[in-house]
Design a protein around this ligand. Structure first.
Ligand code: IPE
Ligand code: IPE
Ligand code: MG
Ligand code: MG
Length: 339
């Protein structure tokens, strides 16, 4: 019964995703071309890295947000400025992933070996730096201080998010407030920046800009909440990255915070998994069962739904258009996705 319910949700979410991404598929193809052009033109000397970047595509959620926001704010999302800025956002995102996998010692990303596992930490650190700087160089062509303001602030915040997370690593006394602070910085500000920059490139008025900025912020929180849930409920194959890794890395996410609030006696087991760096003394199944039985997973999912709803509400005032409608559909896609 539950399995078939799950199948229905997955079919729905695939249809929703198709509707959203099909609407801007010509623009996203242009982003792919631009991404490839940027990766190739700048690092011919280290062509193997360019090859690597080209063959490992992600979901492209961030460029989609930039283009849809641009259209929804009255712009032409297919013009070069929109495509270029959408590409910049994916470059920035890729930079954070390349560094994140070094920090998390993660060996797989997008179903292929991560840069650090294939080429080593030295290459991965430099590669991430190179991606950050290439993103900034490309964005300079817009000659827009407001865009640069947003990009520098978001880059600083993402780094703060990862640093803050490091200081909390291995701790089982993390508060909800600390958790939300980390995920806002490491993930949500970038979503917000994608939407706001889309609006800026469209020459949107301040109210439209603020609506899209707020939408991105709420959406980004929902996105990371779901990423953290999928770490418990997903599989390596579907996710393209190791499942169950967060706790092994010492990261306590919202489901575990909720579990500890309800079942404080589980603290020892959680600490054992962190200490062992594996599910040797405490089986993953035991932990998953406790998360299920205490409703911790369900409660975290409800939080994600709340943020997704808040995202949708933030853009209710936008003029109606197919692109605004697609933006309203994205929260559902994000909450119901399986990867
Ligand atoms: C992964 O982002 C990093 C998080 C913020 C959770 P995505 O899930 O968008 O990764 P790709 O781009 O699709 O690989
Ligand atoms: C995402 O955090 C943070 C980034 C901004 C890269 P995670 O560490 O949960 O991301 P994944 O799960 O490795 O993609
Ligand atoms: Mg990680
Ligand atoms: Mg994760």
């Amino acid at each position: 019964m539950q399995a078939s319910g799950q199948t229905v949700v997955l079919e729905d979410v695939q249809l929703t995703a198709k509707r959203i991404f099909d609407l801007i598929s010509p623009e996203l193809s242009l982003v792919e071309e631009e991404f490839e052009r940027q990766a190739r033109s700048n690092i011919q000397v280290i062509a193997y890295i360019g090859d690597y970047l080209r063959r490992s595509g992600g979901k492209r959620v961030r460029p989609a947000l930039t283009i849809l926001s641009n259209y929804a704010a009255g712009g032409d999302g297919s013009n070069y400025s929109s495509i270029r800025m959408a590409t910049v956002m994916e470059f920035l995102h890729t930079a954070t992933l390349v560094h994140d996998d070094v920090i998390d010692k993660s060996e797989t990303r997008r179903n292929v070996p991560s840069i650090n596992s294939e080429f080593g930490n030295q290459t991965a650190v430099l590669m991430g730096d190179w991606l950050y700087m290439s993103a900034f160089e490309t964005s300079l062509a817009e000659r827009s201080l407001p865009i640069l303001d947003i990009l520098t602030a978001v880059t600083r915040r993402m780094t703060e998010g990862e640093l803050l997370q490091l200081t909390l690593l291995g701790r089982t006394d993390i508060t909800e407030e600390q958790y939300f602070d980390v995920i806002a910085r490491k993930t949500a500000y970038l979503f917000s920046a994608c939407c706001e920059i889309g609006a800026l490139v469209a020459g949107a008025d301040p109210l439209t800009q603020a609506r899209l900025r707020n939408y991105g912020m709420k959406l980004g929180i929902a996105f990371q909440l779901v990423d953290d849930l999928l770490d418990f409920t997903g599989t390596d194959d579907v996710l393209g990255k190791p499942a169950g890794a967060d706790l092994l890395e010492g990261k306590l996410s919202l489901p575990l915070i909720f579990l500890l609030q309800r079942r404080p006696e589980m603290r020892g087991a959680i600490q054992a998994v962190i200490g062992d760096g594996g599910y040797t003394n405490v089986a993953r199944r035991i932990l998953l069962e406790a998360l299920e039985e205490s409703d911790a997973l369900q409660l975290a999912k409800e939080r994600a739904i709340e943020y997704a709803e808040a995202a949708r509400a933030s853009i209710e005032g936008l003029p109606s258009s197919p692109h605004a409608e697609a933006l309203s559909d994205i929260p559902t896609y994000i909450v119901d996705r399986d990867r």
